[in-house]
Design a protein around this ligand. Sequence first.
Ligand SMILES: [Cu+2]
Length: 327
Amino acid sequence: MAADASNAAGAPVTAGGRRDGLWLLALWIVLSVIGCLLVALALGPHLPPGRASSTAASQQTDFIVLATIATPVVIGVLLYFGWALAFWRQKPGDETDAAPLHGNTRVMVTWIAGTAAIVLSLAIYGTIELIAPAGAGAGQGPQPIFNNGIPPTASVTSWSPNSNNVLQVQVIGQQWAWTYRYPQFGGFETTQLALPVNQPVQFNITSLDVIHSFWAYTLGVKADANPGVNNVAYTTPKAVGYFQVRCAELCGIWHGSMYDSGQVMTDSDFMAWTRATAVQLASVTKILPPYALTYDPTIIPVGKINQALGLTSAGGGYYNPADPEQP
Ligand SMILES: [Cu+2]
C-alpha cells in the first residue's frame, strides 16, 4: 500500500492496488463459501449441546447460524492481515512513510452497512428463537413470557402422556444436592430426575438456601435456583437416555460435587417409575410440607426430610429443628 498513490477518496488508483483488491475479493469469496459449508455441515452437527431435546436442538441450530455468519468475517480479517503481511510490508532499506489515509467512503459505508445488517438481523433472529421454543430452555421467572407451544397447566394434581397438560417437575436446589418433586404424582420428592420422551416439561426451579443454577446441559436447560423464587423453564426431551445435571452457580465448598444424572424414558417406563417411586417414598412424602412453588427452610424440617432422603452427609446451613445445637 505504501507505494500506491491515492485519489481524493483514498481509493487506490494504481493497477497494482486494484489488482490486489480483486484478488482479495475473489479469494475471500471462495474461502468463505468453503468455510461456511465446512462450519455448517461438518462442524455444525458436533456443536453443543446436541439435539436431545427441543431446546437443545434449537440452541445447536443457533450456534450453527452464528458460527456460519461469523466465518466470512473471520476469514476476511485473517486474509487481509495475511495479505498485508506478505505483500504490503515495507521493503528492506525503505525508510519513507506510507501515503497518509484520510478515510475511504466506500469502505466505511460498506463496513457500517454490513455490520449493522448482521447485528440487526441476528437481533430479530434471536428474538424469534426465544419465542419459538418456549424460552429456549432458560429460566423465565415465575411468569414465563415465552410459552409458545407448551400446553397449559390444566391440572396440578394429575398428568398422563399426551394429555393437554404440561408435566410439572419441581427442581429444588440446596447445599449441596438437587431434589425433584412431582406434584402431579402425589408430590413425592426424589433425588432421581426422570422424564418421559417427547412430552413437554415445565421445570419449576427453586432453592432452599443460596443461589444455585440448575443446568441440564444436554437438555439445553439452564436456570437459576433462587430461594423464595419460582423460576420456570420449559423443554421437550427428544431422545431416550441419560443426561447430566450440574450446578452452574458457585454455591459453597461442595458446589463441584453438586451433579447427578437424569434419565429420559418411554412414556410407559415413566408412568411405571412414578408409581413405583410414589410407593417407595410414601413414608417420606407424608412428612414433606405441602407442595408449594417456594419453601421457607426456616419453618420446614428440612433436616428430617434430608435424613429420610439420605442427604444428611452433605450437611448445610439451613435451620434444622431436629438439631439441638441450632436455636
Ligand atoms: Cu449449587
